[in-house]
Design a protein around this ligand. Structure first.
Ligand SMILES: *Cc1c(COP(=O)(O)O)cnc(C)c1O
Length: 358
C-alpha cells in the first residue's frame, strides 16, 4: 500500500470548550490530503497541518459543483479512540464518486489515512457523552478551465472538527414541514449521492420552513409529490402499529442510503421487531395518524443520530405525533446507539473500529 507521508505541525492549537462551539466551527491540528491526475492516478497521500488551500478562480468545483463528501464520527471508549462504521462511510463515498464520474478512490489508502489521521489528532476527541469528533472526508474537482466537462484532476481531503451533542437543549422532538412545493432530487438525478448539489437544492426550502417555525422539511418524491423520501440531512422512519417502516433507497433511487438508518434497522431486527423498507405515501402516514396506528416518527443521521419528530405539517394541517413527546422506541434506540459509541453497550455488530490508545 502507498506510504502516507506525515508533515508535523510547528505548533498545536489550544482545544476549545466543546460545549460552547456548536457544530463544525473548530478544526483539529491535521488533515489528510491526496491528489488525482490521469498520469499518476490517486497519489501523494499525506497528513499535513490543517491549513487554507489556494484555488484558482477558475477551479471547476466553484463553477460546476463536481464534488462529494462523507460525515462520520470518532469517540473515546476509555483509553481507546474509535470510529463508528468508517468502512461503510468510505464505501458510500466511492458510490457517490461513481454517480459524479469521480475516479474511484483506493479504499485501503483512504481507510488507512482516516484511521491514522484520527490517531494523530485523538486528543481532539471530546470526553463528554454526546460529544464526538466529526470527520469530513470530501473530494472535489481541481481542473482550472471554464469549459463544461468532467474534471481531469481532483483533490481528496479529510478534515475533522470536535462537536457537541447535536441538541443544545437536550434530546427533543423537532417540527417538520412536509414540502409540497420544492423538490430536492428526482429519479434519475443525484439524490443517491452525498453531493453539495443536493444541499444547494434544499437550502431555500429549509429557509422558508425556518421562517415559519419549522426545523426541517420532509421531501416527497419529485414526480408525484406523494411518496415520502427523506429529510435531506436525515432519513425518516415511522413506527406504525409496532412495525418500523422506512422508504427504501433501493426502490426510491433519489434517496441517500443513510448508514444510521441501516444501524437502526439492524438493531431493531436484533430486538425482534418487524422492520420493513418500502414505498410509503404521505396519505398513508396521515391515515395511520388518524386511526391511531402512527406511534412514532423520527429522523436518522450521523449528526444528530436520532431526531424524534413531534409535529408534521402537511398542507396547512399540523399532525402532532405521540403528544409531541419523544417516543419510547426512539429514546431506547438513541440510548442504545449512544451506548455503542462510547462502549457502554457491547458492539455485537462490528460497527466499532479501534484507531489507537491513549
Ligand atoms: C448524510 C445524509 C443522510 C444521513 O446519512 P447517515 O449515513 O445516516 O449520516 C441522509 N440524507 C442525506 C441527503 C444525507 O446527505
Amino acid at each position: 500500500m502507498a506510504e502516507i507521508k506525515f508533515v508535523e505541525a510547528k505548533t498545536l492549537k489550544a482545544k476549545p470548550d466543546v460545549s460552547k462551539i456548536g457544530f463544525g466551527t473548530h478544526f483539529t491540528d491535521y488533515m489528510f490530503v491526496m491528489d488525482y491526475d490521469a498520469a499518476q492516478g490517486w497519489h501523494d497521500a499525506r497528513i499535513v497541518p490543517h491549513e487554507k488551500i489556494l484555488l484558482d478562480p477558475a477551479n471547476a468545483t466553484l463553477h460546476y459543483g463536481q464534488a462529494i463528501f462523507e460525515g462520520l464520527k470518532a469517540y473515546r471508549q476509555g483509553n481507546k479512540a474509535v470510529v463508528f462504521r468508517a468502512k461503510d462511510h468510505l464505501q458510500r463515498l466511492n458510490r457517490s464518486a461513481k454517480i459524479l464520474d469521480i475516479p474511484e478512490l483506493p479504499f485501503d489508502v483512504i481507510h488507512a489515512g482516516l484511521l491514522k489521521l484520527v490517531d494523530v489528532d485523538k486528543d481532539w476527541i471530546p470526553t463528554e457523552k454526546g460529544q464526538s469528533l466529526y470527520i469530513r472526508p470530501f473530494v472535489f474537482a481541481t481542473d482550472e478551465v471554464l469549459g463544461v466537462s468532467v474534471s481531469k484532476k481532483y483533490k481528496f481531503m479529510i478534515i475533522m472538527s470536535p462537536v457537541a451533542a447535536y441538541y443544545a437543549h437536550g434530546f427533543a422532538p423537532v417540527k417538520i414541514l412536509v414540502e409540497d412545493k420544492y423538490v430536492r432530487a428526482v429519479r434519475g438525478g443525484l439524490g443517491a449521492a452525498k453531493t453539495p448539489a443536493n444541499y444547494a437544492a434544499s437550502l431555500h426550502a429549509g429557509l422558508v420552513a425556518h421562517d415559519i417555525g419549522f426545523d426541517q422539511v420532509l421531501w416527497l418524491d419529485g414526480v408525484e409529490r406523494r411518496y415520502i423520501e427523506e429529510v435531506g440531512s436525515m432519513n425518516i422512519l415511522f413506527k406504525i402499529n409496532g412495525e418500523i417502516v422506512s422508504p427504501s433507497p433501493q426502490i426510491q433511487t433519489s434517496i441517500l442510503d443513510g448508514i444510521t438508518r441501516r444501524t437502526v434497522n439492524q438493531i431493531a431486527k436484533a430486538w425482534g421487531m418487524p422492520v420493513v423498507e418500502r414505498r410509503i405515501s404521505i396519505d398513508e402516514v396521515i391515515a395511520a395518524h388518524e386511526d391511531g396506528r402512527l406511534e412514532e416518527v423520527f429522523g436518522s443521521g450521523t449528526a444528530a443520530v436520532i431526531s424524534p419528530v413531534g409535529v408534521l405539517r402537511y398542507k396547512d394541517h399540523d399532525y402532532v405525533i405521540g403528544d409531541g413527546k419523544i417516543g419510547a422506541f426512539a429514546q431506547k434506540m438513541y440510548d442504545y446507539i449512544e451506548g455503542l459509541h462510547v462502549g457502554e453497550v457491547e458492539d455485537t455488530f462490528g460497527f466499532i473500529e479501534v484507531v489507537g490508545e491513549y
